[in-house]
Structure formats: structure tokens, C-alpha cells
Design a protein around this ligand. Structure first.
Ligand code: TEU
Ligand code: CA
Length: 551
């Protein structure tokens, strides 16, 4: 197993808009992050993934980039960025930037030019099609809007946008566009960044001719990932990008790759070695039936089979419970119904995920056990995905369904301000923030948890320390234990003669587990309870260092 810095680091994801406001405008910013670097050092993380900080009209909170090399004015200046990068590196923390090159903003000068005329030199930086009169060129649905096409009066053609109409898709078939992207990536690398998280990177190649999707659907538009995800040309583009940008650097690139599965994921990070890591969505879709809003309860056995299949499918995984697009972990997969269950289930989930084999990504606030937000009205929402959804929900039971879905799975749940202390606005800002602070900030915040040795925060700090210092937990093999048991998620990590056993009671019940008695005489290196016996307590996690007694 090749040793790499990104295999030995826990990555902390910072959503800058909600992390810390340093200049009293209610919006997080780069200098706010600099103020908190000591906290990151204490937590023990060795890399930061920063959501987009580039100039953007913020139609999709920075995922609609207007200038790939200018810092968004609300977040600060180029000098602030340079100071952030320098300070992180001074504290031995790497910086992973967010690379959004499936699409740009419609305010990017490439698109402003492209839409001016059919023979503009930038025309083919994007997908423009005649369509059939006032009918879209194909039946593709978008993630955010009914159709993935918008008609442009000036040149009487349609342009493609898999996301919002302010996020036109870039045409990766165009070598001139690819060259622009590679040189931009290399300029960021030359500034000293350590890698990229690559937004929906496996969607950049579209099926020749952009044919209609064929999935059955009850509406006029069809979600056609069959024609824009994991297309053959994707591998050409990624291998070219690797050669041109990544190969000769000690960097890390992690692809955000919706629609990958255990059979095609290795084509991206093993055989082709195009990416170093990838984020699959199968865990993120585990409680969805027909799409994310159609919620079904979390199922432990489904979870165990899924995690086991991914541990077996890839030699190296990305380990994450949530991010800025997903609801809060303890509300979604744990139990925030009481304070006791919230604390215990958050600790258990932390170990369950982060002691697996792979690179751990901890999303800001996960280490506090931050919960979903109790939204009550549409005015509290900020995310385009939820706003488009609720606005398309007409009335009656569908509106009720939409609202329930937003409470459970809306992306704003993850985007409320980081909770630093119990002062007004939770120490995030001293003015009204851009999005409401969770009302439970007075008890769930860094300062309160720092003063409580039994807090989730202290537990995460210990967990991260154990993980990053243990050859077994980093490079050890993985093997499932008690795979058929419906209450426990358990596995063993082995490296040379060392073995660490992880046992998680994923239920709120007291559950008996028959395990080898000799484990009782071993060292418990991490747990959320004191006494250890065969009767596991609600959400109990127990990590056992199995010392081999030489016969
Ligand atoms: O997300 C890609 C993506 O698939 C998400 O839109 C996801 O399907 C959805 O949010 C689930 O609720 C990336 C970014 O992480 C996201 O923030 C952007 O909105 C999107 O791409 C477009 O750039
Ligand atoms: Ca600010």
C-alpha cells in the first residue's frame, strides 16, 4: 500500500459562508477561518477542504463561478487568501480547493461572450442547440429546474444546464476550453494549494448528440444521467487532466462522482488512476426512494451491506457522513430525540465511519453533534435546490410532502452558522447572519463542549488523534464482523500483528452480543461508556486493541 499524506490525514470541510464572520457583515469569510486555525490544530485535522471561495453571483452559493481566479468579495481579498494558505501551511495543514468545472456561472465572461453570437469564438465553450422551434433540444431534466435547457432569444438557440439556468454546462469536447481549465488549475497549484475536490467531475463528458433520456417518468422531462454520467470520454479528459496538472505534484484530487457504483468506481481511481479518491452517493441515497425528497427510514442492514461492499470494492475509500449538501449526521443517521441519545449516537457514528479504511472527511459542526434546523417558513430557506422545489410544489398534500422533505433532507440544514459559543449568533458573527443560527446553539457549541470532557467534541478530538496516529487504522486491512447481526456494525482492522476491533450498537436498545470472551481482557482504547460487558448499551461504541498473546 503506497503511503500518501492524504491517506494519513483527516480532512475538515469548511463551508466558508457559515464558518466565522470576521468583519461584522453576517457572512463568513477567509479572515474568520484564519482566526480559527488554532481550533483546527487542536482538533487534529491535517487538511482543509474549502468550499468555493471564487467570485460568484451566488445563485448556487458559489457553485456558479464568475471568475475562477478572483476571490469572492464577501469572503475577502487575494491577500486574505494568501494569508490563509500561508497560515494553514505554517500549522502543517494542507488546503484542498473546490474545483467546479462541469459548469460556470452565466456571468462568466466566457458565457457572456458565448451568447453574443453563433460565431463568437467562445460559442463552443458551452452546449448550444437549435431545438425544435420552441421545444427543447432533448428531454433532459435538470437537478434544480424542470428542463436542463434555457432558450436564448438573441441567437434563438437553447443552452444546456444540468443545474440552475445560471450554471451553463462547459463543453469539454472543446480543446480550447480544456486548455483554459488546465492552466487555471496549474496556476492555483503554483500558488501552493495541495489539491482539489472536483465538483460533479464525472458529469463533464456528455453522450455524443445529446440524445433523449429513456427513463420512465410522469413528467415531460427525464433525468438522463445515462447520457451525462460516466461517459466513455470522461476517462480521456481525466487522464489528460492528470497528465497536465496532477502527475508531477504531491497533491490530492478527490472527485465528487454521483451515480458511480461499486462496479465502475475503480475505473476512476484504480485502473485509470485518474482520481486519487472519490465521493460516491450510495450512502447519501440510502434513505431515499424515488429521489432525495421521498424519505424512507435508515436501515442498518442496508447500511452494513453498503459499507462492506465499498470497503471491498476499493483499495481506498473516502469516509464521510455528510457535507454542505446533506442534512446533519446525528439527525439523519443517529438519534437527536434526547440529549443523551444525541451525544451517544453522534460518538458512535463518528467511530463507525472514521475508523473504516480510507480518508476521513469531517464536515464543520459534525464534531459538535450539530443537528438539523427546525425550519418553519420558506423565508428561512436560502438554498436554490429547496427554494425551486418548494416553489414548484403547488399546494395541498404535495406542499406538505415538499416541506417534510426539506425539513429532513434540505441542504440548508448543513449551512446554518458554525456554533462557537452561547453568545447571540453563537459567536459566528455579532450581527444578524445571512441564515439563521440553530436555536440549540446555547448548548451545542465549541466553548460549552470544550469545557465538558465528555462532549462529542472531546470524543472527536480523541478519535481523530487515534486514527491519525495508528498504522492499523490508517493502512490496516478491513474485515466485517457479525455481518448478519441486525443491531451491530462491527469490523476488524489488521496490520502486521496488530488488530483493532470496532463494535457499534447502532440502536437505542440494550443489546446482548456474543463475542469471544478473550476480548474482555483486552484494552478498550475508545468508548462512549465506562463499563464493558456482553450487554451493549444504547448507541454504545467500543474500540478494542487486540494484543496477540504469543503462545
Ligand atoms: O453537488 C452535486 C450534486 O449532485 C448535488 O446537487 C446533490 O445531488 C444534491 O445537492 C443533493 O441534495 C455539487 C455541489 O456539492 C452542490 O453544492 C452544487 O449545488 C452542485 O454540485 C452544482 O455545482
Ligand atoms: Ca464577513
Amino acid at each position: 500500500m503506497e503511503k500518501k499524506w492524504w491517506k494519513e490525514s483527516v480532512v475538515y470541510q469548511i463551508y466558508p459562508r457559515s464558518f466565522k464572520d470576521s468583519n461584522h457583515d453576517g457572512i463568513g469569510d477567509l479572515r474568520g477561518i484564519i482566526e480559527k486555525i488554532e481550533y483546527l490544530v487542536w482538533l487534529g485535522v491535517k487538511a482543509v477542504w474549502l468550499n468555493p471561495v471564487y467570485d460568484s453571483p451566488n445563485d448556487d452559493m458559489g457553485y456558479d463561478i464568475r471568475d475562477y481566479e478572483k476571490i469572492m468579495s464577501e469572503f475577502g481579498t487575494r491577500e486574505d487568501f494568501d494569508l490563509l494558505l500561508e497560515t494553514l501551511h505554517k500549522h502543517d495543514i494542507k488546503l484542498i480547493m473546490d474545483l467546479v468545472v462541469n459548469h460556470s456561472s452565466d456571468e462568466h465572461h466566457w458565457f457572456v461572450e458565448s451568447r453574443k453570437s453563433k460565431d463568437n469564438p467562445y460559442r463552443d465553450y458551452y452546449f448550444w442547440k437549435k431545438g425544435n422551434g420552441f421545444k427543447e433540444p432533448n428531454n433532459w431534466a435538470s437537478f434544480f429546474t424542470p428542463s436542463a435547457w434555457t432558450y436564448d432569444e438573441l441567437t434563438e438557440e437553447w443552452y444546456l444546464h444540468l443545474f440552475s439556468e445560471k450554471q451553463p454546462d462547459l463543453n469539454w469536447d472543446n480543446p480550447a476550453l480544456r486548455e483554459e481549465i488546465y492552466s487555471m488549475i496549474n496556476r492555483w497549484f503554483d500558488k501552493g494549494v495541495d489539491g482539489f475536490r472536483m465538483d460533479v467531475i464525472n458529469l463533464i463528458a456528455k453522450k455524443e448528440g445529446l440524445p433523449d433520456g429513456s427513463k420512465p417518468t410522469d413528467g415531460p422531462y427525464v433525468f438522463s444521467d445515462e447520457h451525462f454520467a460516466m461517459q466513455p470520454k470522461l476517462h480521456e479528459h481525466l487522464q489528460e487532466m492528470r497528465r497536465r496538472c496532477f502527475d508531477h505534484r504531491n497533491c490530492m484530487c478527490v472527485g465528487e462522482t454521483p451515480f458511480v457504483n461499486t462496479s465502475n468506481a475503480s475505473s476512476l481511481i484504480e485502473t485509470g488512476r485518474e482520481l486519487d479518491l472519490l465521493f460516491h452517493f450510495e450512502l447519501m441515497d440510502i434513505d431515499s426512494r424515488n429521489g432525495k425528497w421521498d424519505y424512507i427510514p435508515f436501515n442498518i442492514m442496508k447500511f452494513k451491506k453498503l459499507m462492506n461492499s465499498w470497503q471491498e470494492a476499493l483499495s481506498w475509500n473516502s469516509l464521510f457522513w455528510s457535507n454542505h449538501d446533506q442534512p446533519r449526521t446525528v439527525s439523519r443517521f443517529g438519534d437527536d430525540s434526547t440529549e443523551f441519545y444525541r451525544v451517544q449516537s453522534a460518538k458512535m457514528l463518528g467511530v463507525a465511519m472514521h475508523f473504516l479504511k480510507g480518508t476521513s472527511f469531517v464536515f464543520q459542526g459534525e464534531e459538535l453533534g450539530m443537528t438539523n434546523y427546525p425550519f418553519t417558513k420558506i423565508e428561512e430557506l436560502r438554498d436554490i435546490e429547496s427554494l425551486q422545489f418548494i416553489r414548484n410544489a403547488t399546494k395541498g398534500d404535495f406542499l406538505d410532502f415538499a416541506w417534510k422533505g426539506i425539513l429532513k433532507k434540505g441542504r440548508d440544514n448543513a449551512r446554518t452558522p458554525m456554533q462557537w459559543d452561547d453568545s447571540l449568533y453563537s459567536g459566528f458573527s455579532d450581527v444578524l447572519p445571512w441564515i439563521s443560527v440553530n436555536p440549540n446553539y446555547s448548548s451545542i457549541n465549541v466553548e460549552t463542549e470544550m469545557n465538558n470532557p465528555d462532549s462529542i467534541l472531546h470524543f472527536y478530538q480523541k478519535m481523530i488523534s487515534l486514527k491519525t496516529k495508528s498504522e492499523v487504522l490508517i493502512y490496516g486491512d478491513y474485515e466485517p464482523l457479525f455481518l448478519d447481526n441486525e443491531a451491530f456494525f462491527a469490523y476488524i482492522r489488521r496490520h502486521e500483528d496488530k488488530q483493532i476491533i470496532v463494535i457499534c450498537n447502532m440502536t437505542k436498545n440494550h443489546v446482548h452480543l456474543d463475542y469471544p470472551k478473550e476480548w474482555n481482557h483486552q484494552e478498550v482504547i475508545l468508548s462512549n461508556y465506562e463499563n464493558y460487558d456482553v450487554l451493549f448499551q444504547p448507541y454504545e461504541v467500543r474500540v478494542i486493541n487486540l494484543v496477540q498473546h504469543n503462545e
